[in-house]
Design a binder for this molecule. Structure first.
Ligand SMILES: [Zn+2]
Length: 563
């Protein structure tokens, strides 16, 4: 009997061991990601002013290898938004790469009024730097005003600066902010010389591959072309008519209609600057991206590299003609071919499965306000130009000896703090009264939806919902103004009835694509709400590196759970 029990005991032990072994091989077989290396290269693609809806509206004319390849074989967030205002380019790029909002990273606008310097500053302007590459180019540029780290910085820190981080864009801020503080290089288009330049922040001399690329003089080739529609124009049924009163036209054109003979238009549109107004600038940037892959040997060893590519021309064209123009649809059809070209090059040079791509936008865009008005939609034009004078005049009734409003810049109102310092004992109380009176005046103006005082925003919760939450997350405690103005939905802060803009906390400006594709990314999509600040933490999790210092987002759970 004892022997029988002993036999059973050993038999069970043996069986257990086999079970454990089976289970462990099964686990290994089921989760290849545990032993998977991080991608050899991350390619960040930001499309300036791209709406999420363009992926659907223009898809019938997309190729199989561009946006559709990323949509079908990658992971798409269908409900991804900017969670702050102002929704513009500088803050947008900073937010994607820092995983934070302007309240934290400090890039509160493209340009803002600096309260200490008493002048307007640009988000990437740095008086301590000089241009490298072309003597007349714009080169007083660096990311120094960005206050927190980017995912690219964290990659440099993790790899003891062995990772190569390169940012390229037609716009300086589109190249500089993604490359972070520690990036190896950022290159942007100099529209005087038609070349890519950089600044002394990064180097003293252009690398050979950039000089070689510049010497190809590709802009001269593009600017001798005619921009006509990629497909016959009658197939552009996802757009409005080619000729409408809502589009601004290029210099030398009688109407904003196809075709665009660039050779004939070049002189009247500042020579090389014409390129940024046509989709061939995206061809040019794609060629530059391919040159960077070769020149820097990106993704060729086990240390991950990062190429940040930002397509800006979509924004420049979008401002002129709006989201319903044939010009915009054609620009995206052509950009889709650029993406296809870039992916094919990555397959060949880095190898499919060795790289991860994400695609997003720095903001979306509003419909043309006049078009909305003409179609019974709520919309309008708010003129900021007279507000400062009118507000100062109104406040004179209460403060006869003071110009209370120092500046109104964008949606920010800056009070003249110095004017109250003559009577220090009552300055604080007087400022509160002046703020309340200014807000009362502003609220009476047609087109203003709401105003928020600095003290109200500072006491607010960072995670608050709705428009107030968006304003809180866009408001930097030291840099922003004393009062923030939010216009009504559809309202545009200018009098120009052609073209459109962006910047508001409304959904038409916040809803952007977020797509991931390649190494570490499962197929799928999600309609769960995500914010733009989730991109950088997702990349950190894929790369197994620290999260950016100020990051408030979270890794996109669906990407990691779906594996
Ligand atoms: Zn823009």
């Amino acid at each position: 009997m004892n022997e029988y029990i002993a036999f059973l005991f050993y038999a069970m032990r043996y069986f257990q061991i086999i079970l454990v072994l089976l289970a462990s091989t099964h686990v290994l077989a089921q989760s290849p990601d545990q032993k998977k290396e991080p991608p050899k290269l991350v390619v960040g693609i930001i499309v300036d002013q791209m709406r999420q809806e363009y992926l659907y509206r223009f898809s019938s004319k997309f190729s199989e290898g561009g946006f559709k390849r990323i949509m079908n074989d990658g992971f798409m967030l269908r409900n991804a938004h900017y969670n702050y205002a102002p929704t513009v380019t500088g803050p947008g790029h900073a937010s994607v790469y820092t995983g934070a909002t302007p309240a934290v990273h400090g890039i509160i606008n493209n340009d803002w009024y600096d309260k200490d310097l008493k002048k307007h500053v640009n988000c990437v302007n740095d008086p301590n730097q000089k241009v490298v590459g072309h003597p007349e180019g714009k080169g007083a540029i660096s990311p120094w005003r960005m206050l927190t780290s980017t995912v690219t910085d964290e990659l440099e820190l993790f790899t003891q600066r062995k990772a190569k981080v390169i940012g390229i864009s037609v716009k300086d801020r589109g190249a500089v902010l993604p490359a972070g503080h520690m990036g190896d290089a950022a290159y942007w288009y100099d529209s005087k010389s038609g070349t890519f330049v950089t600044s002394t922040y990064y180097m003293q001399q252009l690398p050979q591959w950039v000089t070689k690329f510049n010497n190809l003089k590709l802009p001269d080739q593009y600017l001798s072309k005619v921009w006509d529609t990629f497909y016959p124009i009658d197939q552009y049924i996802a757009s409005g008519p080619d000729e409408t009163p809502y589009e601004a036209k290029l210099g030398g054109k009688e109407k904003a209609t196809f075709p665009y003979d660039l050779k004939a238009l070049r002189k009247k549109n500042d020579d090389y600057d014409l390129l940024v107004n046509v989709p061939f600038a995206n061809d040019f940037l794609t060629e530059m991206a391919k040159a960077a892959l070769d020149g820097e040997k990106l993704g060729q060893n086990t240390v991950p590299d990062f190429l940040a590519v930002s397509y800006s021309t979509t924004d420049i064209i979008g401002h002129s003609v709006g989201p319903n123009a044939v010009e915009i649809q054609d620009t995206y059809i052509r950009l889709d071919r650029n993406i296809e070209d870039l992916l094919k090059t990555l397959d060949a040079k880095v190898g499919a499965g060795n790289y991860t791509v994400f695609v997003s936008a720095d903001h979306a865009v509003a419909d043309v306000a006049q078009y909305l008005k003409d179609n019974k939609m709520p919309a309008g034009y708010f003129s900021y130009s007279n507000v400062k004078a009118n507000l100062n005049e109104y406040l004179k009734k209460y403060f006869p000896d003071k110009d209370v409003i120092e500046e109104i810049a964008g949606d920010q109102v800056y009070l003249n703090h110095a004017a109250f310092q003559s009577e220090p004992s009552s300055a604080g109380v007087q400022m509160i009264i002046a703020t309340e009176l200014a807000m009362k005046f502003l609220m009476a103006q047609e087109g203003i939806a709401n105003v928020y005082s600095e003290s109200l925003l500072r006491q607010g919760d960072y995670n608050e919902g709705g428009i107030k939450g968006a304003v809180i997350r866009g408001h930097h405690a030291k840099r922003s103004g004393d009062i923030v103005i939010v216009l009504e939905s559809g309202w545009y802060g200018s009098g120009r009835i052609q073209g459109t803009t962006h910047g508001s906390p409304y959904r038409y400006d916040t809803h952007v694509p977020i797509l991931f594709y390649g190494a570490g990314i499962p197929k799928g999509s999600s309609v769960r709400y995500h914010t733009i600040t989730d991109i950088a933490p997702t990349l950190s999790a894929l790369l197994n590196i620290k999260f950016p210092s100020g990051s408030t987002g979270q890794p996109i759970g669906e990407i990691f759970e779906n594996k």
